[in-house]
Design a protein around this ligand. Structure first.
Ligand SMILES: Cc1ncc(COP(=O)(O)O)c(C=O)c1O
Length: 375
C-alpha cells in the first residue's frame, strides 16, 4: 500500500544508503515516509497524517480518526483542490506562462491558489465575502494576491462574489476562473488523493466517513472513492451547519432547500446544491445538522483533551463523527476531516466579546473557559 501511495504522489522514499552508518543505525527502519518535494511547493500538497482522537475514541467505543489537513503546505484541505484545478487548466492549455487565476473563495482555496500561483509564476485575484475574518484577507495579500472583499449576495444575484470573479476572468486574456463550486476537478482531487490516503492509512478498515461541505469537493470526492473501493460498505454521512441547505435537501429526498439560521463556522454551508455535491448525492446515506453550541464546545475540548487546535469546521466535523459513531458497531473506524487549524480565526473564537456576540460563549463548558484568552 505504502509503495502505491508513494508512486501516486511521486514521493521519494529515502535514497540514503543506510549501510554507510554504524550497525545500530543500519538496521533502523524510519517510522515514516520521508518526503522530498522535488518539484517544489505543489509537490508537498497532500499525504497528511490521520490522527486518532484518543479520548473521544475511548468514550464512544469506536475509533475516531481525523485527517490533519492543516498540515498541507498552505495550511488547509483546499490546497488539494487548488493544485488540481490549476494542473488540469494547464493540461487543457487554458492557461500558459504569466496567466491570471481568478477565484471566488471564503479564503482557504484562495490561500492555496495564491501559494501555487507564486510557485508557478501566475497572478492571483480573489473575490470573497466581506464577512470573512480579516486575517484571511491579510494573508492573501501577503501572498501577493489581489483581494476584493465584496458584500454578501445570494448566488442568484449577479453581484455574488463568484459571478464577480467569473466576469473578472472573462475580461482578461490568458486567465481562468477556477470555479471551485462547480468545477469537478475539485472533487477529483479528493478521489485521487484524500480518499486513497485514508483507505491506505487504515489498511482498508474504514467503516464510516463524515464531513461538512462548502463546495462539497472534499465530502463528495472522498465519499465516491470510499464507496467504490469498499463496494458501497463505507457509511457516508454529510454534516451541515445551521443556515445550510444540504441537510434539508438530503432529508427531503431533494425536495427542500430550507436553510434557516446561521453559523460561526467559515468555509462551509450552502444555499444550493453545487455541481460537486450533485455528482454523488445518491451515495449519501444520511445527513446530520450540528448546532453551533456543540461545535464550539468541541473546539475547546479538542484543544484541552487531544492537543488539537482546529478551526470551527473541524470541530463541527468531529461532533458529527461522534454522532456517526453511534450508528456503527463498537470497534468501528470513523473518519472525518480537520480542514484547517484555528490560526486564522483565533482573534474571533478565543475572544469572549466575539463569542458572546454570536451567543455561543455559554456553550463552552466552565472548565474550558480558561482557553478564552482574548477580551
Ligand atoms: C475551513 C474549511 N472547512 C471546510 C471547507 C469545505 O471544503 P469543501 O469546499 O471541499 O467542501 C472549506 C472550504 O473552503 C474550508 O475553508
Amino acid at each position: 500500500m505504502l509503495s502505491s501511495v508513494s508512486r501516486r504522489y511521486n514521493l521519494k522514499l529515502s535514497s540514503v544508503s543506510l549501510s554507510r552508518f554504524n550497525s545500530s543505525v543500519a538496521g533502523f527502519k524510519p517510522p515514516f515516509i520521508p518526503i522530498t518535494a522535488e518539484k517544489g511547493f505543489p509537490d508537498a500538497v497532500g499525504n497528511t497524517p490521520l490522527i486518532k482522537l484518543n479520548h473521544l475514541s475511548k468514550e464512544t467505543g469506536r475509533n475516531i480518526y481525523c485527517k490533519a489537513e492543516w498540515m498541507n503546505p498552505g495550511g488547509s484541505v483546499k490546497d488539494r483542490a487548488a493544485l488540481y484545478m490549476i494542473q488540469q487548466a494547464e493540461k487543457r492549455g487554458a492557461i500558459t506562462k504569466g496567466a491570471t487565476v481568478v477565484e471566488g473563495t471564503a479564503g482557504n482555496t484562495g490561500i492555496g491558489l495564491a501559494h501555487i500561483c507564486r510557485a508557478r509564476g501566475y497572478k492571483c485575484v480573489i473575490y470573497m465575502p466581506n464577512t470573512q475574518s480579516p486575517s484571511k484577507m491579510n494573508l492573501l495579500r501577503l501572498l501577493g494576491a489581489e483581494v476584493y472583499p465584496v458584500p454578501v449576495k445570494p448566488f442568484t444575484d449577479p453581484m455574488n462574489f463568484n459571478h464577480q470573479a467569473r466576469r473578472h476572468a472573462e475580461k482578461l486574456d490568458n486567465a481562468i476562473w477556477t470555479d471551485q463550486f462547480d468545477n469537478l476537478d475539485n472533487r477529483q482531487a479528493h478521489i485521487e488523493t484524500t480518499g486513497p490516503e485514508i483507505w491506505s492509512q487504515l489498511n482498508g478498515k474504514v467503516d464510516a466517513f463524515t464531513c461538512s461541505t462548502g463546495t462539497g469537493g472534499t465530502f463528495s470526492g472522498i465519499t465516491r472513492y470510499l464507496k467504490e473501493i469498499s463496494n458501497g460498505k463505507v457509511l457516508s454521512i454529510v454534516a451541515d451547519p445551521p443556515g445550510s441547505c444540504v441537510y434539508s435537501y438530503v432529508k427531503s429526498g431533494g425536495k427542500s432547500l430550507e436553510r434557516a439560521g446561521g453559523s460561526f463556522t467559515e468555509g462551509i454551508g450552502q444555499g444550493r446544491i453545487t455541481n460537486n455535491v450533485a455528482q454523488d448525492i445518491s451515495l449519501i446515506d444520511d445527513a446530520i445538522r450540528i448546532p453551533d453550541e456543540e461545535s464550539i464546545a468541541m473546539l475547546y475540548r479538542l484543544l484541552d483533551e487531544e492537543g488539537v487546535y482546529t478551526g470551527g469546521t473541524g470541530a463541527l466535523n468531529v461532533v458529527a463523527a461522534v454522532k456517526v459513531a453511534q450508528m456503527v458497531p463498537e470497534g468501528s473506524n470513523v473518519v472525518t476531516i480537520l480542514a484547517d487549524s484555528a490560526n486564522k480565526y483565533a482573534d474571533r473564537i478565543f475572544s469572549k466579546k466575539w463569542l458572546e456576540s454570536k451567543g455561543i460563549y455559554d456553550a463552552i463548558p466552565a472548565h474550558l473557559k480558561k482557553y478564552v484568552a482574548l477580551e
